[in-house]
Design a protein around this ligand. Structure first.
Ligand code: ZN
Length: 476
């Protein structure tokens, strides 16, 4: 929380730099209008963030409150030292703050995108400060030539600040994030927002309209970022979206759910080897955080490769709309907006801090019908039975047992399974430092997690292998 508060101070400080200059000018010119611009009436008894230390909770929080940044703060709140793993693209990490003065703070979202021009130009439209606009991104045309237009909602605050991007529906059958983004965007007020929020609830409109995870050609869009303007259809769509929208973002939150009849407890996944990603994961309130490096072609990995901190936000199961998961997602994003000083609303969380986990999968020992004994979010002890697999042909029954004490972060819905099927995803609580250390030392074990939930080709998703190979070998 201290670090987040620091980020908030930094951002407020950065956002206030212009106001400071104006204030100085106003002092010299008695006729000048006072700055900052008139604020809307503060809500009665504006609450103070319950978890923020006093130094970071100015009671007069408003759009242009000037919060002096003590020089010492940078050292006090510096992120823990993180050694880059061998082979990591140091330049990608280093460029995360390119163009800003916040290089010493890997966590602050760079507001540089708006520094020179108060308007934001996106998809051929000019959005002025203090306004909201819905513009269309043309993802291409359908097989019969109909345009595939995707709404992009921009809420551009009166005051400059970070550009937070929310993307959903890259897998067209994953619905919870679509509703989270819709609610968050509808709740934002451009008059009081600091910075900009860009929401794209349904990136893969073609998949969404057919209730399918994939693009019409069975490709997984989340394997083609940042794309190629001369590549396959999926690669072109990815490139256009990445260059026109994602490159404008200071940070990206990409919403997903479990895939193929699996459900996930709300959880944020990011590459914890990247300091700006670690900082981002701290902002979602009481949300589980997992390290996963991200498979090549995933939106968040393409973003972090270009210095834009990005995470995946997993919420529930595909194909359905789950009120509790959606509520969690909305709360988490509102908390993030607060933590970055972009909004001033306060949410009460029972557990305000993120919970970091290391995780492992429990696989089916035999084939048969899976019946779970546990529910998503349950805490289990080592040796506890998680479920049974019953063979309908010979009545043989086998058990799945928890190898560790932990929490059910993800699980397969009851279904017919084959031997080796990943049925339960168990998280073991760990400190943030531990997660970062292990991610740096052994970054690969949790690649499996993405194979399960984010659509990488693997034994459990045989239909996806061919498209990736086609792309990889230049077949299209
Ligand atoms: Zn997904």
């Amino acid at each position: 929380m201290r670090t987040l508060s620091f980020a908030l101070i930094l951002l407020l400080g950065a956002a206030s730099a212009g106001a400071l200059a104006q204030t100085a000018a106003a002092a010299a010119d008695p006729l000048a209008k006072p700055t900052p611009p008139a604020q809307p009436a503060a809500p009665a008894a504006a609450p103070v963030a319950p978890t923020a230390p006093p130094a970071a909770a100015p009671t007069a929080i408003g759009p242009a409150v000037v919060v002096p940044v003590p020089p010492a703060a940078e050292t006090v709140f510096a992120a823990p030292p993180i050694a880059l793993p061998a082979g990591a693209d140091a330049s990608a990490v280093a460029t995360s703050d390119a163009g800003t003065d916040a290089a010493a703070d890997p966590g602050a979202l760079p507001p540089a995108a708006l520094a020179s021009d108060p308007d934001i130009n996106i998809l051929g439209q000019r959005v002025t400060p203090g306004s909201r606009m819905r513009v269309m991104w043309r993802a291409g045309t359908s097989f019969i030539g109909d345009p595939m237009d995707v709404p992009v909602v921009i809420v551009h605050g009166l005051q400059p600040g970070p550009v937070l991007c929310l993307t959903g529906g890259i897998h067209g059958d994953e619905l919870n994030g679509v509703e989270v983004i819709r609610r968050v965007m509808a709740s934002l007020d451009a008059q009081t927002l600091v910075g900009t929020v860009i929401g794209v609830p349904i990136v893969n409109m073609a998949g969404f309209s057919r209730g399918s995870r994939y693009l019409p050609d069975r490709r997984d869009l989340n394997r083609f970022f940042p794309g190629n303007p001369n590549g396959s259809s999926a690669s072109r769509i990815a490139h256009d979206f990445f260059s026109q929208v994602i490159r404008r973002c200071s940070a990206v939150i990409d919403f997903h759910t479990g895939s193929f009849d699996r459900a996930n407890l709300p959880q944020v996944r990011g590459d914890m080897r990247i300091p700006s990603v670690v900082e981002l994961t701290r902002g979602f309130g009481a949300t589980a955080v997992l390290h996963t490096p991200g498979a090549p072609g995933m939106l968040r990995r393409a973003a972090t490769d270009r210095g834009i901190p990005a995470v995946t936000f997993e919420l529930g199961a595909p194909v359905r709309l789950e009120p509790a998961e959606i509520e969690h997602g909305v709360n988490a994003i509102e908390t993030l907006l607060n933590n970055y000083g972009m909004t001033q609303r306060v949410r009460m969380w029972r557990e305000p801090q993120p919970i970091f986990y290391e995780s492992r999968w429990v696989r089916a020992p035999n084939s048969g019908m899976l019946f779970a004994d546990v529910r998503l979010g349950d805490r289990v002890r080592q040796g506890q039975r998680l479920g049974r697999i019953i063979n309908p042909l010979n009545d043989d029954t086998s058990e799945l047992v928890a190898p560790i004490r932990g929490r059910i972060l993800g699980m397969a819905l009851n279904q017919v399974v084959l031997p080796g099927y990943a049925a339960f995803h168990i998280g073991e609580e760990a400190s943030e430092a531990q997660v970062i250390r292990d991610a740096t030392i052994a970054p690969t074990p949790t690649v499996e997690t993405e194979r399960m939930d984010e659509g990488a080709a693997g034994a459990d998703a045989p239909t996806e292998g061919s498209t990736e190979q086609v792309e990889e070998f230049g077949g299209s």
